[in-house]
Design a protein around this ligand. Structure first.
Ligand SMILES: CC(C)(COP(=O)(O)OP(=O)(O)OC[C@H]1O[C@@H](n2cnc3c(N)ncnc32)[C@H](O)[C@@H]1OP(=O)(O)O)[C@@H](O)C(=O)NCCC(=O)NCCS
Length: 480
């Protein structure tokens, strides 16, 4: 408690990060002539919010920082000493910032995406994936020697232990590649027990090299496994994406010769998918990482979150949807079903983008380059028709539903010869970089603790226990 010049007591709280120099929180009893929240002697925060609790008629001044209030400041709003204090209720984190981050910036209304300040369009045009990975992880674009060293280190971590290969052989022939990917990444934890020392930056960096190096190898092995083909070892003469194509597609030739257009397309797709701030899987990475679990199981958890059809699994659903529509003339009928609420238009809509997803624009261009090599995917015509109708239709316009990154990526992946169940694995490879950057940022943020939301409990108050013989059925039988 601090005393103001008027002699009354004021609650004072924490300083907001970033140096807001102020008594952060104060409460005054307000009457008809509202008492000033920050009377003489106490410094007003640069920006603040005044809240009057109508239950108590007390007025509080809460500091603002970057347009946010600290939820913990609300806790000080109480009806009395026994009151727990006010909480915010925000299912699905619709309006809650869980961290401060300097990695990725999105302006969903304007359709802007930047990694560390650089527009995605420029990075996709001018950089390699590993260059962008370095930028995302370390905050700056690498110099030429830095990039050479970084590439060299990643390249020398692409091999996986032979036991991992054996482990993957154990999967059923029709196992979903994403299930294989998630389990194998988690299994890496058993090979690298040193990874548990998450407090050491050096140890963390070592696991980052391992993970970025090994994810394409695991993804390619999952792909070859589903086709019943022998696994192909990494080729260190090739670039990151060329080597990935080698591990996917090498057959009996002695040396795999990657197609430069396809290798560049893979590079662009990887850059576009590398990070996307606090989405469901990044939040999972941070949540699991906050318990100080090792990075392998944390990445596996993040990949599991990505696999859902409302997140990274959407590109697989887009292809299923295009298959179901079947031809351009059936598009209007399908759109009507969506508008009637029977279906969702997969690859459309986004929690953050309320404008055209900038990644979708770049992917659309990349698709043209890929089709020059592979031949045109007939699904593109259905997709273009869907997009054309949806962008004009009031239902989609009103709700600001635009194509997202998944709308066109699946069409490219299919033209490259992948079946839809492989699409999310292709997304998980580059996103591993984003998850690791979010994890590093979390562990270096002194404000972060184990993630643990509160709940608004709506269940029973304390109940009298009923002995087994006296109970009557109240729950519908569980069907199997
Ligand atoms: C991405 C997604 C989960 C975001 O969901 P969200 O932010 O919770 O948005 P909401 O579900 O609240 O949607 C708002 C409105 O638009 C509608 N809507 C959202 N996405 C839609 C879609 N793809 N098709 C049809 N209607 C959609 C909702 O039904 C809702 O309508 P209502 O206001 O009449 O109830 C959602 O748009 C979606 O499911 N898209 C399809 C899956 C996909 O492509 N995911 C990849 C994301 S990169």
């Amino acid at each position: 408690m601090a005393s103001g010049a008027d002699g009354r007591k004021y609650r004072s709280g924490t300083l907001a990060p970033g140096g807001v120099s102020a008594a952060a929180f104060s409460g005054t009893r307000s009457g008809p002539g509202l008492a000033p929240a920050f009377p003489g002697g106490m410094q007003m925060p640069e920006e603040s919010l005044t809240i009057t609790d109508n239950r108590t008629n007390i007025t509080y001044t809460v500091p603002l920082h970057h347009g946010t209030v600290r939820a913990m400041d609300l806790r000080k709003i109480k009806t009395g000493p026994d009151d727990f204090g006010l909480m915010s209720y925000d299912p699905a984190f619709m309006n809650t910032a869980s961290c401060q981050s300097a990695i990725t910036f999105i302006d969903g209304d304007k359709g802007i995406l930047r990694y560390r300040g650089y527009p995605i369009e420029v990075l996709a045009e001018r950089c390699t994936f590993l260059e962008v990975a370095y930028l995302i992880l370390f905050g700056e674009l690498p110099t030429e020697p830095e990039l050479k060293e970084w590439t060299d280190k990643i390249t020398h971590h692409t091999m996986i232990h032979e036991n991992t290969k054996e482990f993957m052989r154990g999967f059923h022939h029709d196992a979903h590649p994403m299930g294989m990917f998630i389990s194998t990444i988690a299994a890496l934890s058993t090979f690298y027990p040193d990874a548990r020392n998450i407090q050491s930056r050096q140890v963390r960096n070592h696991q980052i090299l391992r993970l970025i190096g090994k994810v394409p190898t695991i993804a390619a092995y999952a792909y070859r496994h589903s086709l019943g083909l022998p696994y192909v070892y990494p080729d260190n003469d090739l670039t990151y994406t060329e080597n990935f194509l080698n591990m996917l597609w090498k057959m009996t030739e002695l040396k795999y010769e990657p197609n430069p257009v396809l290798a560049r397309a893979a590079e662009v797709l990887f850059i576009l998918h590398a990070d996307h701030e606090q989405n469901c899987s990044a939040n999972t990475m941070r949540c699991v990482g906050s318990s100080h679990a090792d990075p392998y199981v944390s990445v596996a958890a993040a990949a599991a979150a990505l696999s859902g059809p409302l997140h990274g699994g959407a590109n697989e659903e887009v292809l299923k949807m295009l298959d179901e529509i079947g031809s351009v003339d059936r598009v209007p009928e399908y759109v009507e079903k969506v508008k009637a609420g029977h279906l969702k238009l997969m690859g459309f809509g986004h929690r953050v983008y309320k404008n055209y997803d900038p990644r979708a624009r770049i992917i659309k261009r990349t698709a043209e380059a890929v089709f020059e090599v592979t031949g045109r995917n007939p699904k593109l015509d259905i997709a273009l028709e869907l997009e054309g109708i949806a962008l004009q239709d009031e239902y989609f316009v009103k709700r600001k539903l635009y194509p997202n990154v998944d709308f066109y990526s699946g069409i490219i992946y299919q033209a490259l010869g992948f079946s839809p169940d492989m699409f999310t694995v292709l997304f998980a490879i580059p996103r591993t970089v984003g998850w690791l950057a979010q994890w590093q940022e979390l562990l270096e943020d002194a404000e972060q603790k184990i993630a643990r939301p509160r709940q608004d409990f709506i269940g029973h108050d304390v109940r009298e226990f009923v002995a087994l013989e006296d109970r009557v059925t109240k729950v519908a039988p569980v069907s199997d």
